[in-house]
Write a protein that binds this ligand. Structure first.
Ligand code: 3HC
Ligand code: NAI
Length: 706
């Protein structure tokens, strides 16, 4: 009955007159060299074995095939190449059926498109996410997808990078049928048997007619060309459009050659390297010692103390993840406001059609409010999000210590304050940690897990488990003023303020930061968040500020006028009623000028490049300090923080990946030059000096495993 042909990552066995090829390469069946070889051998065998009348391709485990093996990018290529494997599948003289379940992504979907027939289980997710990695589908996907589903749908799949469901794939012609459920292989076998019974032969996607209507295809290209041009700073979208243009205008084989050449350009681009780094950086943040030492404590009922901006956002995140949450506020009015904030988020989601009314009610039913801390007695985890004031927070924690059950995890969402000092307000500092969410907390992906001196390993593990449940990216941080993100932010904001005082306008600085790839500059960001927040922090810290560091007062002068940004219609920019689009304000420039005069500064010009260099160098130098002090475990964690909490352009990989592309030595050279003008601010980090002087880079510190 069976006839083992190839062992290992892609196994072939014959069952009657069908050759079954199963890709079995955990964790996600990525197309490593072994898998490619196994597939090529199996197809070759099918071609010559007279007993084989059809082939069924399937994946073992949870997925069909998740794509090319991302770890192989940038390394010397190992044969057989994936496009050749796909062409061999398409040219197989016997019908090939791909049976899809779970992820059929990138090269995995290209393998499926090279097959002659496709059946998907309802759970299948089909996509061409290469754009997220700075690439384009490079194994025939740009040529076969438009022929199967038409140019418009194929371009959307490739430019969005978002997967579609089995039902969507059926509707667009990407798959031939959706099986009822059950086992993908069984569905593939049944389909192959039916095809043989009907006398069906190979049916090549290269011959499919999705591009027959050239007018429609060209219209889709024109529309997508505009969309790709709008994809800020990204390299691969325009090339995706070019590859599909070749599919529309050229014969199939010439189109494949065009795709190959565009793919190789993308593969060699710095953006590809940065985006692949980002992919692994965000998955590597869970490599922390505590997760090896301990298991998480239970997480079911969560308490949230404080129903302001953050408390409400955190509550929504908890409810969205299926947890139940009780909110504690200080008085009836504040509680009513807190509950209303949560309801508002859901009402808006229902209005926008993102949630059904029934889903809203189901989520709200898991939410309760209380004034009495006794309501927290059975909570597994309590997250404090009250005012940023040490005495208020310590009083809350003393109360939590009194009411919480033994073993409950007590977390603070403080932005800057000393988590150890907060923990000491309790009799159980081992149960205390920081869970630093970012605003809006139900949307932003980053969660800093702040580990105090006494925090127990299973408390930390519970923080990571919460992040997993909330689908957030957890980054382990040590205790210091501002942890990883806000501490580094404060320093490069200071660099920006100093440039503003020395001659760059806030608008030039914002423009330079945007030109680097951020969605907005630091002063636009201030206006969006509300200038009053930073002003309050500055006032609170006035007494403890390092007198050696230049203090730029421009933002204070703006706040003193009540100009807090978008919400007051004025800040660094002026806003028309209801608009978030600010325009430069000559009165702000007058304030800036006056402050320069008061500080005795003769303004000078700053080029866009210099603004970027100083802004980034300040960020990188402080990031090096954060690593040196063990506040962050590894450079990739700092990158994950800035990518997911601060809008750092993903195609630049994060500040420390970017630092390596510039070179630590060059950054150090700049900082040493600027030290002459301001020795208190431009102090080279000891780590940066060590890396520069030993010719190493930040990436060399990523490989050290805990
Ligand atoms: N290559 C190598 N490793 C991969 C991989 C890939 N394509 N996809 C995932 N992995 C690894 C992850 O790094 C992770 O490793 P770790 O356990 O050591 O951290 C492990 O597989 C599990 O991944 P996730 O944690 O992401 O698991 P999930 O179950 O949450 O998600 C997934 C699974 C949806 C498949 C998700 O991993 C994913 O989206 N992967 C990337 C898919 C992709 O981008 N494919 C296109 C690749 S480019 C291409 O195909 C080019 C071609 O056109 C020539
Ligand atoms: P907020 O002022 O909007 O809300 C604070 C809430 O706490 C108020 O509703 C207040 O009534 C309540 N409160 C005060 N004392 C209380 C007590 N003893 N018991 C119960 N409730 C009490 O403040 P916001 O912005 O939500 O910040 C909360 C915390 O989150 C602060 O520590 C802040 O630093 C931190 N944070 C804020 C971020 C932001 O962007 N706003 C981002 C990340 C962290």
């Amino acid at each position: 009955m069976t006839d083992p042909a190839s062992a290992g990552a892609a196994r072939a066995r014959r069952q009657d007159d069908l050759l079954i090829v199963v890709v079995d390469h955990p964790p996600v069946n990525a197309l490593s060299a072994d898998v490619r070889r196994g597939l090529a051998e199996a197809i070759a065998q099918a071609g010559v074995d007279p007993q084989v009348r059809a082939v069924v391709l399937a994946g073992a485990g949870a997925n069909f095939i998740a794509g090319a093996d991302i770890r192989e990018f940038g390394k010397p290529p190992r044969p057989p190449a994936l496009p050749d494997v796909c062409n061999a599948i398409e040219n197989c003289p016997k019908p090939v059926v791909a049976a899809l379940h779970g992820a059929a992504l990138g090269g995995g979907l290209e393998v499926a498109m090279a097959a002659h027939y496709r059946v998907a289980l309802p759970d299948a997710r089909l996509g061409l996410p290469e754009v997220n990695l700075g690439l384009l589908p490079g194994a025939g996907g740009t040529q076969r997808a438009p022929r199967l589903m038409g140019a418009a749908a194929a371009l959307d799949l490739m430019l969005s990078g978002a997967p579609i469901t089995a039902a969507g794939a059926l509707a667009s012609g990407l798959v031939d049928r959706v099986a009822e459920g059950g086992d993908a292989l069984a569905a593939g076998l049944a389909y192959a048997r039916e095809l043989l019974d009907q006398g069906a032969g190979p049916r090549r996607s290269r011959d499919a007619q999705g591009l027959a209507d050239k007018t429609a295809a060209r219209a889709a290209l024109a529309e997508s060309g505009e969309r790709a041009a709008r994809a800020r700073g990204l390299y691969s979208p325009l090339r995706i459009v070019e590859a599909v243009r070749a599919a529309v205008e050229l014969p199939f084989d010439e189109g494949l050659a065009t795709e190959r050449s565009l793919f190789l350009q993308c593969l060699d681009s710095p953006q590809r390297a940065a985006l692949v780094h980002a992919f692994f950086a965000e998955r590597g943040t869970t490599r922390v010692p505590e997760l090896k030492q301990a298991r998480p404590r239970p997480l079911g009922r969560v308490g949230v103390v404080g129903g302001g901006t953050m408390g409400a956002g955190i509550t929504v995140a908890l409810l969205d993840a299926g947890l139940s949450a009780v909110m504690i506020e200080q008085d009836e009015a504040a509680l009513a406001r807190g509950l209303a904030r949560v309801r508002d988020v859901y009402d808006q989601a229902v209005r926008k059609g993102r949630l059904s009314a029934a889903q809203r009610e189901e989520r709200m039913a898991r939410h309760a409010g209380a004034l009495d801390y006794a309501a927290l007695a059975d909570a597994d985890l309590i997250i404090e999000a009250v005012f940023e004031d040490m005495e208020v927070k310590r009083a809350v924690f003393a109360e939590l210590d009194r009411v919480a059950r033994p073993g409950a995890v007590l977390a603070t969402n403080t932005s800057y304050l000393d988590v150890d000092c907060i923990a000491q307000a309790t009799s159980r500092p081992a149960d205390v940690l920081g869970l630093h969410f970012f605003s809006p907390a139900h949307i932003m992906k980053l969660l800093e897990i702040v580990v105090g001196r006494a925090t127990a390993a299973d408390t930390v593990a519970t923080g990571f488990e919460l992040a997993r449940r909330l689908r957030k990216i957890p980054v382990r941080a040590g205790v210091c003023d501002g942890f990883i993100g806000n501490r580094i932010l404060a320093v490069h904001r200071q660099a920006a303020d100093m440039m503003m005082q020395d001659g760059a306008s806030p608008y030039e600085i914002d423009a330079a930061v945007r030109a680097f790839g951020y969605p907005m500059g630091p002063y636009q960001m201030t206006d969006m968040a509300g200038g009053d927040i930073g002003w309050a922090t500055r006032k609170r810290r006035a007494a403890t500020r390092d007198p050696a560091i230049r203090y730029v007062e421009i933002a204070d002068r703006i706040c003193e006028r009540g100009w807090f940004g978008q919400k007051t219609g004025r800040g660094f920019y002026r806003y028309e009623a209801g608009s978030r689009q600010g325009r430069p304000d000559p009165e702000v420039l007058e304030i800036v000028d006056a402050e320069r005069r008061r500080a005795g500064v003769t303004p000078r010009a700053f080029s866009e490049g210099e603004i970027q260099r100083r802004y980034l160098a300040a960020m990188i130098n402080e990031a090096a300090n954060v690593l040196e002090e063990g506040i962050a475990d590894k450079p990739a964690d700092v990158d994950a923080v800035f990518l997911h909490g601060y809008g750092f352009p993903r195609y630049r990989g994060g500040p420390l990946f970017y630092a390596d592309t510039v070179g630590p030595a060059r950054i150090l050279e700049d900082i040493r030059a600027w030290r002459n003008e301001d020795p208190a601010f431009w102090k080279p980090s000891a780590l940066l000096v060590r890396l520069a002087e030993s010719g190493r880079d930040f990436a060399s510190l990523n490989t050290a495993q805990p």
